[in-house]
Design a protein around this ligand. Structure first.
Ligand SMILES: CC(C)(COP(=O)(O)OP(=O)(O)OC[C@H]1O[C@@H](n2cnc3c(N)ncnc32)[C@H](O)[C@@H]1OP(=O)(O)O)[C@@H](O)C(=O)NCCC(=O)NCCS
Length: 150
């Protein structure tokens, strides 16, 4: 695998929008079409395609908003979607590591993520395996924190 993070472009947008979930699917994350639309109106959003040897296998959107009053929304992962066939091969972990690296470039010490612990397909175990530590609850979801200092 040759995993890379790429900015959204005319070349990869269609494949990003075809990632799961689609509108009728039951997964604990919004369809990428929502995320791309939100990125259009939120200048703090940081959407990226994850490619494997040039093929889109995932999408991650971080948010960098240091002035945000709610600490859980200042720096971290907003969305993460991995193609069904690419799951279980380290794509999600790579995306988390890339967001952590970007946080360090920005001088940020910790990143957060919110996950739905009650969903049948909750990503909780994934985030715990990636090192996130539950620190509380917000909007009915678990807040997880990851220290990204080296
Ligand atoms: C959750 C998701 C992002 C994980 O991506 P992935 O590429 O399959 O995860 P990885 O292969 O990088 O796994 C990293 C670690 O987490 C573990 N892991 C991943 N999914 C897991 C699960 N459902 N249950 C238990 N462990 C899990 C892996 O075993 C691996 O552990 P290890 O390397 O320490 O042995 C992916 O399944 C997905 O897109 N799910 C649907 C959308 C979603 O839930 N997004 C997150 C919402 S914020």
């Amino acid at each position: 695998m040759v995993l890379r993070l790429e900015e959204l472009s005319v070349d990869n947008l269609g494949d990003v929008l075809r990632l799961p979930p689609q509108a009728a699917d039951d997964e604990p994350v919004a369809p990428t079409v929502w995320s791309v639309a939100e990125a259009y109106v939120h200048p703090t959003a940081w959407p990226r395609a994850v490619t494997d040897d040039g093929v889109v296998v995932g999408f991650v959107m971080a948010n960098w908003s240091p002035e945000e009053p709610e600490p859980a929304f200042r720096a971290g992962i907003w969305r993460l979607n991995v193609a069904t066939a690419a799951r279980g091969r380290g794509v999600g972990r790579f995306a988390v590591e890339q967001v952590a690296a970007e946080a360090r470039r920005r001088g940020v010490d910790r990143i957060t993520v919110l996950w739905d612990a009650t969903h049948a397909r909750s990503p909780e175990q994934f985030y715990l395996r990636c090192g996130f530590r539950p620190t509380g609850e917000l909007l009915g979801e678990v807040v997880g924190e990851l220290d990204v200092r080296v």
